[in-house]
Structures are given as C-alpha cells and as structure tokens.
Design a protein around this ligand. Structure first.
Ligand SMILES: Nc1ncnc2c1ncn2[C@@H]1O[C@H](COP(=O)(O)OP(=O)(O)OP(=O)(O)O)[C@@H](O)[C@H]1O
Length: 253
C-alpha cells in the first residue's frame, strides 16, 4: 500500500443504531481507475465523505498523500471530488459556481473556462445551475473536481443521470485522468458501469471490504466462459472462498 495516494485504514462509523462502516480499509493508487462497488448501503458514500473530511469516523484514519483532508493546503489542488451533483446554488450560473470555487483556491477565470470546455458545458455555462439536467449537473460537478488539476479524484456515482453518450464520455475521461498518473476512485452500485473503465475494484459490503483485486483478476477468477464484470461480481459474492482467491484485502495492495 506504500504507493497509494489515498489510504483508508480501519474506518468505523455508526449513525445511531446503524453501523455504516465496520473496519473499511483499502488504498487508491496513482495511474489507475479504482472502482468502488457494492450494494446500496454498503458504506461507499460514507467512506468518501470521511476521506473528504465531511463526516468524522469513530475510529480509523483516511489519508490523502499522507495527510487527513483537514490538513491539506489548497485542498481542491490536492483532491477533486464529486459527491452530490445537486449541491449547488440553483440561482447561480454554472460558470459563476465554478468562479466562486476557483476564487476560494486562488485560481482564475482562465482555469474555469478550461474545465468548462473539458467537460463539454460551453453552451450551458451561462445557464442557471438549478435549470440544468442531472447529466449536466454531473458534468458541472466534474468540472469543479478538475478545477485545481488535482492528483487525486474521488467521484460518487458519477454515471447517475448520464445518457449513453455521457457514459461513454465519462468512461474516456476517467481513463485519461488515470493515464495522466492520477489516482481515481469512482463508486457505483452497478458493476456493469465499471466494466471497461476500472483497472481495479474494491467491493464493499456492510461497511467493510469484501474484495479488492484487479479487474483482470476478478474476471479470471470467474469460472468457465468469458464473464462480464457483473457476472464475476455475482459469482464472487455467492462464494466467499472466491473472494479470497481474488485477493484478500490485505494481500491485494
Ligand atoms: N447521515 C446519516 N444518518 C443516518 N444513517 C446514515 C447516514 N448516512 C449513511 N447512513 C447509513 O449508513 C449506511 C451506509 O450508507 P452509505 O450511503 O455510505 O452507503 P452506500 O454504499 O453509499 O449506498 P448507496 O449506493 O445507496 O449510496 C446505510 O445504512 C445508510 O442508511
């Protein structure tokens, strides 16, 4: 785990009687798209919120480049994130939203216009954020994540609300960000969305990691015929021994 940019170690978190995180541990390495998969309620969003300093863990640590989020200087330049694409001031234009974020980090209008271009929002940049479709708001959220040109990107369900063209676009974007050497963590509750996108997959279940392996390894482990990632995932979740064969969490990084 020494070369991981993000290291999550032994996170535990309760919300009243609900155990959201129960010893979540994994690393996210540079140059790879790491998919963060698992059923609804597995603890993916909570883990991301803890990494980004938005929720406090009861136990454990989450470090970005060796530091907790709260200790990062100019955090948008260290880690870009998309958590909730609807967390916007609806009356502000898309461009003004980005300008407001950019100013908080000492970044200028030129950088704002570059990310607007990069996410394909040029024609919508002067529209009010509240009037944008979910797919466009996802693009705006991705633009915000890219603003500070960070080495680490964390995106929670970025495929939500995207049309087929948007899904193809975001897959290519995630791959190119990883190819530039960035560490990319992207959650999805659908393994099929991660097919052809992720290099590595961390599967969460009930607040902990139940598999942590390369996509190639997961596909190899699926028995017999050519399996899709979704089929490999279903096969592995049925068979705990299969998870060990795919790489136990502590052995995989
Ligand atoms: N603020 C909160 N208050 C109470 N319970 C919460 C809160 N946030 C999360 N939980 C609970 O913690 C558990 C983990 O939720 P989390 O959103 O992290 O899972 P997830 O894997 O991201 O699921 P999904 O795919 O549905 O977003 C769930 O049981 C959820 O209901």
């Amino acid at each position: 785990m020494t070369d991981a940019c993000v290291v999550v170690n032994g996170l535990r978190k309760r919300f009243g009687p609900t155990i959201a995180l129960d010893g979540m541990s994994f690393g996210v390495r540079p140059g790879l798209v790491t998919g963060f998969a698992g059923p609804n309620g597995a603890g993916k969003s909570t883990t991301m919120r803890v990494i980004l300093g938005l929720d406090a863990a009861d136990e454990g640590t989450a470090l970005i480049g060796g530091r907790p989020y709260r200790d990062l200087r100019r955090p948008l330049c260290q880690v870009g994130s998309l958590l909730d694409a609807s967390a916007l001031q609806p009356g502000r234009t898309a461009r003004d939203h980005l300008m407001w974020l950019a100013r908080s980090q000492g970044l200028g209008a030129r950088r704002v216009d570059a990310v607007i271009e990069q996410v394909g929002l040029r024609t919508a940049a002067r529209r009010r954020a509240g009037g944008l479709s979910l797919g466009m708001r996802q693009r705006l959220g991705i633009a915000a994540a890219l603003l500070g040109d960070p080495p680490v990107l964390i995106m929670d369900e970025p495929f939500n609300g995207m049309d087929p063209e948007g899904i193809i676009w975001i897959r290519a974007l995630l791959r190119s960000l990883a190819a530039e050497g960035r560490a990319v963590l992207v959650s999805s509750h659908l393994m099929s969305e991660l097919q052809d996108t992720a290099d590595h997959v961390v599967v969460a279940g009930r607040g902990r990691v139940i598999a942590d392996a390369s996509v190639a390894r997961l596909l190899e482990t699926a028995s017999g015929r050519r399996a899709t990632l979704e089929e490999a995932y279903l096969e592995l979740t049925r068979d705990a021994a299969g998870f060990r064969a795919a790489g136990a969490p502590e052995a995989a990084l």
